[in-house]
Design a protein around this ligand. Structure first.
Ligand SMILES: C[S@@+](CC[C@H](N)C(=O)[O-])C[C@H]1O[C@@H](n2cnc3c(N)ncnc32)[C@H](O)[C@@H]1O
Length: 368
């Protein structure tokens, strides 16, 4: 997880594979890589194996990018769901953690999403997946980050963003114990300091629409931590590992420093609360809201992807090649009568542009 960007916690990494200034604050050691893998396994298990928004068929994507890939844990599973000839690529601001994972992308490259992608990667991807940047991109950076990634999509390509809300829910609304909010309260200090979006699952759909993506659809799911895992039939081992995931030592060390520095309490009080919270998780647990949000790109691309040699009947519709003829060489009468509608506009719900915020939309099949 990417956290506080203050100099006191800045990574020491001088890796040449790191794009520009590295703001990742937690160690990229074996422990943190293990945590990312465990987080992926827990999400997959909790979300019924869903890797992207259900309207996306991974089988139809020819070139996929896992953006901000971390260890590449998602990519490894996506490979199993995609067609054998699908090209899977990965990028991140640094490849330190990727090299600790076991994923095998066809191409992996360094990319800071606050900067534009290189020319050869623009207009390239049928599908881009990006997950868990809530702690790494500030509110004012999100529009730029999304538009840089969208530029890497081919026209009509899909962008899937998966993000959680910071606010978690206790297992029952009749059980509003203060300790249930302990972790949220801690994270809030860091999120506020860095102007990070606290309710990312709620806000991503509007950000995607503002970036010009169309047919934006959201599905909201809930991930259990602690005792709530039992509601999904998970084993006691899985209950315990979800607690360890939620109480990550390196993550909590940063939060502890912030807790003390911001005058919220002492180190002893922090440790006491941690013990009580862990017990609360074991006995009652919490749910974390996560949104899968998908939108389609309409952008004209500076570079069209290569055509399939022998496309099956159901293959993607290819963008037409630019004509060598100028319009003025063959003037045509302007069409003024009712015309066939643009299918991408039909796919957009009426009033969609006003329809910002948290509401989940009825699923519509994307082109993927
Ligand atoms: C919490 S991890 C999630 C990793 C992976 N997406 C997953 O779900 O397992 C966040 C990742 O985003 C990367 N990251 C943070 N800021 C970034 C940026 N500006 N550009 C590209 N990658 C970034 C970090 O290096 C880290 O690998």
């Amino acid at each position: 997880m990417v956290l506080y960007k203050g100099p006191a916690y800045r990574s020491q990494a001088e890796d040449t594979e790191t794009a520009s200034k590295d703001i990742y604050v937690l160690p990229r050691d074996a422990g943190e890589s293990e945590r990312l893998q465990a987080q992926h396994d827990h999400l997959r298990r909790s979300l019924g194996g869903l890797l992207v928004h259900p309207s996306i068929d991974l089988n139809n994507a020819r070139i996929i990018l896992d953006c901000c890939t971390g260890t590449g844990a998602w990519l490894k599973d996506a490979r199993l769901s995609a067609r054998p000839d699908t090209i899977l690529e990965a990028c991140d601001i640094t490849l330190e953690q990727y090299h600790r994972g076991t994923a095998k992308a066809d191409d992996v490259f360094v990319q800071n999403i606050l900067h534009r992608f290189p020319g050869e990667k623009r207009g390239r991807y049928d599908l881009i997946h990006q997950r868990y940047l809530t702690g790494g991109i500030s509110r004012e950076e999100w529009p730029k980050a999304i538009s840089n990634v969208v530029e890497a999509l081919r026209p009509g390509g899909c962008f899937n963003i998966t993000e959680p809300n910071l606010q978690t829910s206790p297992p029952s609304s009749a059980d509003p114990e203060a300790i249930a909010n302990w972790k949220v309260q801690l994270k809030r200090i860091s999120w506020e300091r860095n102007n990070l979006i606290q309710q990312c699952a709620n806000e991503i759909p509007a950000l995607m629409r503002d970036a010009g993506l169309i047919n934006v659809q959201t599905i909201r799911l809930r991930v259990p931590y602690g005792a709530t895992c039992r509601a999904l039939g998970m084993t006691e081992n899985q209950v315990e590992s979800s607690i360890r995931l939620h109480m990550s030592p390196s993550f909590d060390e940063v939060l502890k420093k912030l807790w003390i520095a911001s005058g919220k309490g002492t180190a002893e009080e922090f440790d006491q609360n941690q013990v009580i919270y862990e017990e609360f998780l074991r006995e009652k647990g919490i749910w974390m809201d996560v949104s899968f949000v998908v939108g389609l790109s309409t952008q004209a691309s500076p570079k069209m992807p290569p055509k399939l040699k022998n496309p099956p009947a159901s293959a993607f519709s290819e963008p037409s090649e630019p004509s060598v003829h100028k319009p003025e060489e063959n003037p045509k009468e302007q069409l003024t009568k009712p015309q066939e509608e643009n299918p991408q506009v039909i796919a957009q719900k009426p009033g969609d542009s006003e329809n910002k915020g948290t509401r989940a939309e009825p699923p519509q099949k994307s082109k993927l």
